[in-house]
Ligand binder design. Structure first.
Ligand code: BMA
Length: 858
């Protein structure tokens, strides 16, 4: 047993460059092994994973059942009312132990944590989003150190704070206190912890606790680079003028040299004499003929591997490296014919923002593997997105998220983590907020993907529109209102923008999303906007055409997850959208009824559960897709469309386009087509069908516009081919035709108009299909799908055809897990479509059986 423990201790990973020959080099040691945990007051210590969380550790130890299965969530609410203890034992290397300075760094503790080392309390923490550092030189031993982290219940502490509070805060609508068995006691606002952990209208309620980011020891003798910011100052074709802004912690007044490196190339050197303590040092340098970083779809994402290094007596003692991108990003707010613009300009080029809102990928944050991050970000890129909004009720994401966005060209609209609430304004709380903002701005500012900082999600909107101000004035008086709104102003108009200014500099700060809901009426003349008339207001999808803000940062519509996902959290007896289990995996107060109401407006009622799920996907894709097209067509006014929401944090009916298990819903396939650099969008206006073509490209593009009117049997009734020049970065009408003229040639309920933009090399830049009536009024035939399968092992091609139109053909492949290059598409009569299927597992070709669903069958 003792041997095992020793082995574990040896396994504690050493990184950095420790060696006997270079005793001066700084050292880092991770403390992620040998952890155990227990409920406070109990005696048995169980194995734990660090970083991790209590719920996941309980699950791994088989103390609780799978939290997402059926109604289990409701039985697991006791966990957040308890305190939990984590501990580990570790040795340190002699060379580390001998360093003059030794500090312990906690990159993320969730949330109220008391840390002790060898029986001495070394730290008290109260903010999940902060990095905590403490000097441990005097408490550390060479062998058998005991590190303990006591995590107190955020609920117990929240309840204590609530009891003492004189003001009654507006109830945060998404704090699901009833599920938490707290009645109407909503305590989320008192704790600096991810808002969605308390529940949301797409999330479960699991108020997690634990050590959620790594713990490490840093040890050094003379000096240490605490931080470096590679700040871009000026940019021309010839050079990027940069400053390396270093924060150096010196142990004594020392002379040393700083080198700024690009990979192995020395860009500049500077000799410095540092004073004892913290030193801010600026080292100017240049990157000659810089290659520019572009958003996805507009160019490459070259990254420079820059390091700052310190040398003493020609010996390197510390290094900090960041991959940076050279680009300019501005937000242009200029007076124009509509009011005031709001758009992103990258490298001098106006960029239409295409993308989605992003939430954390799991409630249990360490269950999100690097592969999952890669998959989600790659899915956004594959769907031709160029922007994600990291929404304010989740977390400031992990390094890997931003690194992937840097590498793949996704711009990030970065909210600070405040959402749908008003917060306490006492000094300690505000100081905590300030330190949180400093930690995170410093952590993220080297990433080229971060395009904008935003103070909060919908807090200002709640104040004015949801009626918080009015209700509270009536119930609690003007003084309380002044106090509360005073805190609002301090947080989002002083503390956060001051942090951005001081620690980042030029990156744009936007106080709240949306800003255009600040007044008594919605404002479509300036700022960004969240449009929820569709869904919450039950307004028609057609309103996406008329509600046209300057930048649409949220809008959306729900669907169920796909059947294979539903099967993972249900039993066959739950296969009814109104069963207890399906209702519990639906968190919008108006959820399933609203899906049904919209569905019946356009579709015949599906007759079975599986078809119901399928039609909900098509409905969502058609509705949100209608919005995407409308926003892009109106790009002279509206320069961004970010639908709500890309992903899920558990298996649930939600607004997501990709479900918890990574399944692309129809909306993600639609987005891929509708976000292409060139979009053809036929649209009816005053009896005319106008063929709009929108381009995001930097250059004009010659192409062919092909229009085909056909019936559902494939008979071509009319055709038009025109050579066109698609103007760069624009949206225009390229062809117009009277709808009635077309309908003289073919019946309204059995015809479609296909519009294609074809490039000179024969490739299709964009294709879109226009129907003359709602799906429920169309006269479909039964379509028999013929298919051929090619390939083997993990990569297959399916060649599909049908003599009759198959609308929104949905392909499933039994229990074979894998990815289809397209799905939910219209298979036109007489056309052969080839799609690919890739699987992680080897599959025998003969075992592949395709099944189909289509709107024809309703
Ligand atoms: C938006 C978001 C979330 C919410 C979503 C759906 O306004 O900011 O708060 O989940 O609507 O209701």
């Amino acid at each position: 047993m003792r041997k095992l423990v020793l082995l574990g201790m040896v396994l504690i990973v050493f990184i950095g460059c420790s060696s006997v020959e270079k005793p001066k080099e700084n050292m880092t040691m991770k403390i992620n092994e040998n952890w155990t945990f227990k409920q406070r007051g109990k005696t048995e210590w169980l194995t734990a994973k660090v970083p991790g969380d209590v719920h996941s550790d309980l699950l791994r130890n088989e103390i609780i059942e799978e939290p997402y299965y059926r109604l289990n969530e409701h039985d697991l609410q006791w966990i957040d009312k308890e305190d939990w203890e984590y501990k580990t034992n570790f040795d340190v290397e002699e060379s580390l132990f001998q360093k003059d300075k030794i500090e312990m760094v906690f990159h993320g503790l969730d949330t109220y944590a008391e840390v002790s080392l060898n029986g001495k309390i070394i730290l008290n923490c109260d903010n999940m989003f902060r990095t905590w550092k403490t000097d441990v030189k005097d408490h550390l031993k060479l062998q058998n150190n005991e590190l303990k982290v006591l995590i107190k219940s955020a609920i117990t502490i929240g309840l204590e704070k609530l009891a003492k509070e004189k003001i009654q805060y507006p109830a945060p609508p998404n704090d699901l206190s009833e599920i938490g068995k707290l009645g109407d006691k909503k305590v989320s606002i008192f704790t600096r912890k991810a808002g969605y952990h308390y529940g949301w209208d797409w999330g479960p309620r699991f108020v997690t606790s634990g050590i959620w980011r790594p713990i490490e020891i840093n040890a050094w003798n003379d000096a240490k680079i605490e931080d470096v910011f590679f700040k871009q100052i000026n940019l021309s074709d010839k050079k990027a003028e940069m400053n390396a802004l270093l924060e150096i912690n010196a142990d004594q007044s020392t002379d040393y040299e700083i080198r700024i490196m690009n990979g192995t190339e020395v860009l500049t050197k500077k000799s410095i004499g540092s004073e004892n303590g913290s030193n801010n040092i600026k080292v100017p340098f240049e990157i000659i003929e810089p290659k520019l970083w572009w958003p996805n779809g507009l160019g490459e994402q070259p990254l420079y591997n820059l390091s700052a290094e310190i040398y003493i007596e020609n010996k390197r003692i510390d290094t900090k490296t960041h991959k940076i991108g050279i680009r300019t990003i501005e937000i242009v707010q200029e007076k124009d014919k509509y009011g005031e613009s709001f758009y992103f300009k990258v490298n001098g080029h106006p960029v239409f923002a295409k993308g989605a809102n992003y939430i954390p990928n799991d409630i249990f944050l360490n269950e999100v593997t690097p592969e999952k991050y890669e998959y989600i970000i790659q899915s956004a890129v594959d769907a031709n997105m160029n922007m994600l909004r990291v929404w304010g009720g989740g977390i400031y994401e992990n390094e890997i998220f931003y690194r992937l966005c840097d590498e793949k060209g996704l711009m990030i609209w970065q909210d600070f983590m405040f959402a749908c609430s008003m917060y306490p304004g006492d000094e300690a709380f505000l100081e905590n907020v300030k330190q949180e903002s400093i930690d995170n701005v410093k952590r993220l500012r080297n990433h080229p993907s971060v395009a904008l900082w935003c103070g909060n999600n919908e807090n200002r909107m709640g104040w004015t529109w949801w009626g918080w101000e009015k209700k509270m004035t009536k119930e609690q008086g003007q003084e309380v209102i002044d106090q509360l709104f005073g805190t609002y102003r301090k947080m989002y108009h002083k503390i956060l923008p001051e942090t951005v200014k001081k620690y980042d500099g030029d990156r744009f700060y936007w106080p709240s999303s949306p800003v255009s809901a600040w007044g008594k009426l919605p404002n479509f003349e300036s700022g960004d906007y969240h449009y929820w008339g569709v869904w919450w207001g039950k307004e028609s999808f057609n309103n996406y055409e008329t509600v046209m803000p300057r930048f649409m940062s949220e809008y959306g519509f729900q669907s169920f997850p796909e059947f294979s996902t539903v099967k993972k959290y249900t039993e066959p007896e739950d296969y009814d959208i109104y069963s207890e289990v399906m209702k519990s995996h639906q968190r919008s107060s108006i959820g399933n009824v609203t899906i049904e109401e919209y569905m019946l407006r356009d579709y015949k009622k599906p007759q079975d559960f599986e078809s119901y799920l399928y039609v909900s996907h098509v409905l969502q894709a058609e509705g949100v897709g209608f919005g995407i097209e409308a926003h892009r067509r109106n790009r002279d006014k509206c320069m961004g469309t970010l639908f709500w929401q890309l992903n899920d944090c558990w298996p649930v009916a939600s607004w997501s386009s990709i479900d918890y298990y990574g399944k692309w819903k129809a909306l993600q396939y639609y987005a891929k087509k509708l976000f292409k650099p060139i979009l053809v969008s036929p649209h009816k206006d005053d009896g005319k069908i106008n063929i709009h073509i929108v381009s995001d490209l930097l250059e004009n593009q010659s192409a062919k516009l092909k229009l085909v009117l056909m019936d559902f049997d494939g008979n071509v009734k009319w055709e038009k081919i025109e050579a066109i020049e698609v103007a760069a970065n624009s949206g225009n009408i390229y062809y117009s035709i009277d709808e009635q003229e077309l309908l003289k040639l073919s019946p309204k309920n059995r015809s479609l108009l296909k519009a294609v933009v074809e490039l000179p090399n024969g490739k299709i830049a964009s294709e879109n299909i226009y129907y003359f009536d709602k799906p429920k009024n169309l006269d479909f035939d039964d379509a028999e799908i013929k298919y051929l399968i090619e390939g083997n092992s993990k990569d297959f091609k399916f060649k599909l055809s049908s003599e009759k139109l198959a609308k929104n053909l949905y392909i499933t492949i039994g229990d074979c897990e894998g990815f289809l290059s397209d799905n939910y598409f219209d298979l036109l009569p007489g056309e052969e479509v080839e799609i690919t299927f890739t699987s992680d597992k080897t599959i025998k070709k003969d075992n592949i059986k395709l099944s189909f669903k289509m709107i024809n069958e309703l």
